[in-house]
Ligand binder design. Structure first.
Ligand SMILES: *Cc1c(COP(=O)(O)O)cnc(C)c1O
Length: 421
């Protein structure tokens, strides 16, 4: 059989170097299955989106039911039961004070919406604040706006001329938190519009963890200077860090919060940006020029909203919190031996997420060992996609100890093969 090369251009993929992509035809729980019948353990939740497991029956049923009822409707001048119910439930379960819900369709758009809400708030209240503060190593998406607020590197060098300037605060590394807080205090004196953070853990920047009290302190500084705090919970939301939302661990309510990946349990693209009453109020006017000018064709798509509602029902009706706690314990038990393994550094865990850096002479996103690690895990039937020399395990909540044994066994073998002598 001959076939012409695929016209598909894959994301974050160097086609001249990458192996043929795996043809995945089925998903079930923590496992994927390929066209040739090979099974792959999804140890990164298919890019951090799958929470309960692939093809959870409740979510599948909700999607099928909604698809036969109402597939899509314009969301300006119209609404539908799934969006209304979902918005009410989100307001009830997110930190108190987040009272308005704006829908979009990806994490990047949720953050873009947050930035536009902040800009609109200051414009409409008559204060000329436009500068955004952000954390070093942050990641908020791949659109022009979200690349602007994220870390600069090889992955956005070509687009640098299009990116706007932001003020970057040093990452609040353990023992050096005061430097971050001092930098924030200093930056706040210039009356910026907002501080944008990934609460407690920076994902794509390398699974870098910081303490809840630092987040609480950052929130307090922002409040003192009337700087809006935007929490990008796109990755951290829906249980990853051990609590439903990461902000809970710092007992804070941001002014604006973004959720996406796990919102539908990972089954469909959907995002929300929630905000406090003041932000909505600043746009509420008989003056049409103060409208919040944002939309996308599929704003609050009914099928995606139905999937999200099913996800919230799973949270309400199944012992998800218990599963998350148990998964954290299972992860810790397997991670522990690596804490004294000199071939690894910065062995760390937050809730269900575990990460460790394989010592390399060229650490970072383009570490030479990265592709070799990726190929090795692939051959082992494991979906583990290292961030350079950083290995991390962020599995769906149905993952068993036996599943994790395979992952950590492979990590140990990888260290023998590719680690320092
Ligand atoms: C993945 C991610 C985004 C972007 O979400 P997309 O749905 O890929 O656009 C934004 N912020 C964080 C923290 C993320 O992890």
């Amino acid at each position: 059989m001959t076939s012409s090369p695929s016209p598909v251009w894959h994301p974050f993929t160097q086609h001249a170097l990458a192996p043929e992509p795996a043809m995945v035809v089925r998903g079930d729980g923590a496992w994927l299955e390929t066209a040739t019948g090979a099974r792959i353990l999804d140890a990164i939740s298919s890019w951090w989106v799958i929470t309960h497991g692939h093809c959870h029956p409740r979510i599948v049923a909700a999607i099928a039911g909604q698809a036969g009822q109402l597939d899509q409707v314009i969301f300006a001048g119209h609404t539908h039961p799934a969006a209304e119910a979902l918005a009410r439930r989100l307001v009830a379960m997110t930190p108190p004070g987040l009272d308005h819900v704006f829908f979009s369709d990806s994490g990047s758009t949720a953050v873009e919406v947050a930035l536009k809400m902040a800009a609109g708030y200051w414009r409409n209240t008559g204060e000329p604040r436009t500068r955004i503060l952000a954390l070093e190593h942050g990641y908020h998406g791949d659109t022009i706006g979200t690349m602007s607020v994220g870390a600069r590197g090889v992955y956005n060098a070509a687009y640098e001329p299009f990116l706007f300037e932001v003020t970057r605060l040093p990452f609040p590394e353990a023992g050096r938190e005061q430097a971050t807080l001092d930098a924030l205090e200093a930056a706040c004196r210039e009356a910026p519009a907002a501080l944008l953070v990934e609460p407690l853990i920076l994902g794509a920047g390398g699974m870098l963890i910081y303490a809840p009290d630092v987040l609480a302190e950052m929130a307090a500084i922002c409040a003192r200077h009337r700087v809006l705090l935007i929490a990008d919970e796109v990755m951290t939301g829906f249980g990853r860090t051990g609590t439903l939302f990461a902000c809970e661990q710092a007992a804070i309510t941001p002014d604006i919060a973004c959720y996406a990946k796990g919102l539908t349990g990972g089954a469909l693209p959907l995002a929300v940006t929630l905000c406090r009453g003041e932000i909505f109020a600043a746009h509420y006017s008989t003056d049409r020029a103060r409208t919040f000018f944002h939309s996308s064709s599929f704003t609050a798509n009914p099928i995606a909203c139905a999937a999200a509602l099913a996800n919230l029902e799973i949270w309400a009706g199944e012992p998800v919190a218990g599963r998350i706690a148990a998964l954290g314990t299972l992860q810790e038990a397997r991670l522990a031996p690596f804490r004294d393994d000199r071939r690894f550094s910065n062995v760390r865990r937050l809730g269900t997420i575990a990460a460790l850096d394989l010592v390399a002479d060229d650490p970072g996103y383009l570490a030479g060992v990265g592709p070799r690690l990726a190929a090795f895990f692939r051959a082992e039937g494991l979906l583990v996609r290292p961030l350079g020399n950083t290995l991390y395990v962020m599995p769906p909540y149905c993952t068993t100890g036996e599943d994790l044994d395979r992952v950590y066994g492979a990590i140990a073998t990888a260290a023998d093969r590719f680690g320092p002598a």
